[in-house]
Design a protein around this ligand. Structure first.
Ligand SMILES: *Cc1c(COP(=O)(O)O)cnc(C)c1O
Length: 296
């Protein structure tokens, strides 16, 4: 599964470089590999043969856990938000893939999903499936942050700015912990909301970071034709695909900030391509339904 996880940074312009974490694997991709690495080791060391986690219908995390289980030989269970998905797995590329990798699902209502961390709900899951190692939604916990600290190498200390997309904040926390105090970490949240600051502070050991909240495109998994055009142009110019949920929005933001003069002329910027490309097929199905242009 993993050939070479220290990929060389790719230079795009005189100041902007990309760390191509998406090349780690098509499904255990980018930051999801980093976040799972020590959790999977911990599960193994503690003798668990089953891993259970949570996610939405198109979740990169669900796809990553399913494939990691298939490759490493542990059983996987996905608790999926949305009862209505139960009968339409064949229309959902992510769930179809996860199922092929042997993942078993439990589809739950949005209300139950909101209560997924209560002991009642967890006990019910244990009755349904037996004992399991639990990884939280999005995969963020202390071990995940530790894995994300390995995204940056010693050579990356030469950069002034490190940019990444933000979902639950685990990835940016790892980057902050691995950065030098002379560096600034810019996070581009893929969703609206103010809770992230607090979540990141819980894991991060420095304050050399900032969230740039202008590029969520109205919220999680929301997308418009301007973003689609950007993603398609970026791919044809740089021969590098971007996903519509995270990396597309982050790089749209980075280029916009460059245009607006946010960075000084000689600043060196490293953007982390965190992967997520498995989500393109699912997004294209939705775009097709809405008769919008597709992602190439
Ligand atoms: C999950 C994901 C993120 C968000 O990572 P967090 O650690 O939850 O902030 C960013 N990019 C991609 C491609 C992802 O799949």
């Amino acid at each position: 599964m993993i050939k070479n996880i220290d990929q060389l940074n790719i230079q795009l312009t005189s100041s902007l470089f990309i760390k191509p974490e998406y090349k780690i694997d098509a499904f255990v991709s980018g930051n999801k590999y980093r976040k799972l690495k020590y959790n999977v080791m911990d599960a193994e060391n503690r003798g668990f043969s089953t891993v259970l986690t949570f996610g939405g219908a198109y979740s990169n995390h669900i796809a990553a856990v399913a494939k990691a289980g298939y490759v490493k030989g542990f059983k996987t269970i996905g608790v999926i938000r949305g009862e209505e998905l139960q009968n339409s797995i064949q229309n959902n590329p992510t769930l179809q893939f996860a199922s092929k990798m042997g993942m078993r699902f439990k589809f739950v209502s949005r209300t139950d999903y909101r209560n997924k961390t209560t002991s009642d709900f967890i006990n019910q899951l244990k009755q349904d499936f037996g004992d399991f190692y639990l990884i939280p939604e999005g995969g963020t916990n202390e071990l995940a942050v530790k894995g994300c600290e390995e995204i940056l190498t010693e050579e990356d200390k030469a950069f002034d700015f490190i940019c990444c997309p933000v979902g639950t904040g685990g990835t940016i926390s790892g980057l902050i912990n691995a950065s030098g105090v002379h560096q600034k970490i810019l996070g581009f949240p893929a969703l609206k909301g103010d809770f992230l600051q607090k979540d990141i502070r819980k894991f991060a050991n420095k304050s050399n970071w900032e969230l740039i909240t202008d590029y969520h495109f109205d919220g999680y998994a929301k997308i418009n034709t301007e973003l689609i055009s950007f993603i398609n142009a970026f791919k044809s110019q740089n021969n590098m695909p971007l996903d519509p949920i995270y990396t597309g929005k982050m790089l749209f933001g980075v280029f916009d900030l460059m245009k607006k003069g946010y960075f000084s002329k000689d600043a060196k910027i490293l953007a982390i391509h965190t992967g997520g490309l498995q989500g393109i097929d699912g997004m294209n199905k939705l775009l097709k339904k809405k008769q919008m242009p597709l992602i190439n």
